[in-house]
Design a protein around this ligand. Structure first.
Ligand SMILES: C[S@@+](CC[C@H](N)C(=O)[O-])C[C@H]1O[C@@H](n2cnc3c(N)ncnc32)[C@H](O)[C@@H]1O
Length: 216
C-alpha cells in the first residue's frame, strides 16, 4: 500500500523497483487523473479513499509506505490512520513512514534553520486559512505507533540527503514561500514574514549543512 499517492513519486519508485502489485491511495480526486500517466498500469491500482478509513480487509498488505503524508492529514486523524495501517497489514509486516518534521531541540545550525523555515511556511499557510502540515513531534508518532500495536519502532534521519539537495530544495521553498507571503492580507505581517524569509535565505546560503539533519 502506498499511502498517499500525491505526486506519485513514491508509487513510481515502488512500481519501478518492485515486482509487486501496488495499491496507491489518495483522498484527492485530481491525483486519480494524473497517476496512470506516470506509473505502470499493470502493476498499480489507484483507489480514492481516506487513510483513516481504508476500504481493505484486515491483513490485506505485506507492506505499507507512508511517504511525506502523515503530517498533512487534517483534523488530527493521524492516530486513526496509524490504526488503519496496523489493521490492514499482515502480522509481522513493515510500515515505513517518512516526513519532514521539526527536530526539537535542533541538533545543528542546519536543523535550526530547517525548523524556522518549516514554521514560517506553516504560519503563512495558517494565516491564509490554507491546509498546512501539522507539527508532530517524533516522540508523539512513536508513542502512537506503539499504542496501535507496532512494538518494534526505529526512528532516524534519512542519511542519503546531499548538500546540493538541501540548497536546491531551499530555492524551491523560497519561491513557494514568496507566493504564499504575497497572499497574506495584513501588510505589517507580510513585511515581518518577508524579512524573516530573507534572513533565512542569507543564513541558509552560507550555512554548511551536515548530511541528513532536517528530515526524519
Ligand atoms: C505530500 S503528498 C504525498 C507525496 C507522495 N508520497 C509522492 O511521492 O509524491 C500528500 C498527499 O496525502 C494526501 N492525503 C492527505 N490526507 C489524506 C487522507 N486523510 N486520506 C488520503 N489521502 C490523504 C493528499 O491529498 C496529498 O496528495
Amino acid at each position: 500500500l502506498d499511502a498517499a499517492t500525491g505526486g506519485a513519486n513514491m508509487t513510481k519508485l515502488l512500481s519501478n523497483k518492485l515486482e509487486a502489485s501496488i495499491i496507491s491511495v489518495d483522498v484527492d480526486r485530481e491525483v486519480a487523473e494524473d497517476i496512470y500517466q506516470v506509473v505502470n498500469k499493470n502493476r498499480v491500482t489507484f483507489v480514492l479513499c481516506d487513510l483513516a478509513n481504508l476500504p481493505f480487509r484486515n491483513g490485506a498488505f505485506c507492506c505499507v509506505v507512508c511517504d511525506l503524508t502523515l503530517s498533512t492529514i487534517e483534523d488530527w486523524r493521524h492516530y486513526q490512520t496509524l490504526k488503519e495501517f496496523k489493521r490492514t497489514l499482515k502480522p509481522k509486516s513493515r510500515l515505513y513512514i517518512t516526513d519532514y518534521l521539526p527536530e526539537e531541540p535542533p541538533k545543528s545550525k542546519r536543523d535550526k534553520l530547517a525548523v524556522e523555515a518549516w514554521r514560517l511556511y506553516k504560519a503563512a499557510s495558517h494565516l491564509k486559512g490554507a491546509p498546512h502540515y501539522e507539527e508532530l513531534p517524533s516522540t508523539l508518532i512513536i508513542q502512537w505507533l506503539k499504542d496501535v500495536g507496532f512494538h518494534d519502532v526505529e526512528y532516524g534521519p534519512i542519511k542519503a540527503r546531499e548538500k546540493l539537495e538541501w540548497k536546491e530544495g531551499f530555492k524551491e521553498y523560497y519561491g513557494n514561500m514568496k507566493k504564499e507571503i504575497a497572499e497574506v492580507k495584513d501588510s505589517k505581517i507580510r513585511m515581518v514574514f518577508r524579512t524573516k524569509l530573507e534572513e533565512l535565505r542569507r543564513e541558509i546560503t552560507k550555512a554548511e549543512p551536515q548530511a541528513g539533519a532536517e528530515s526524519t
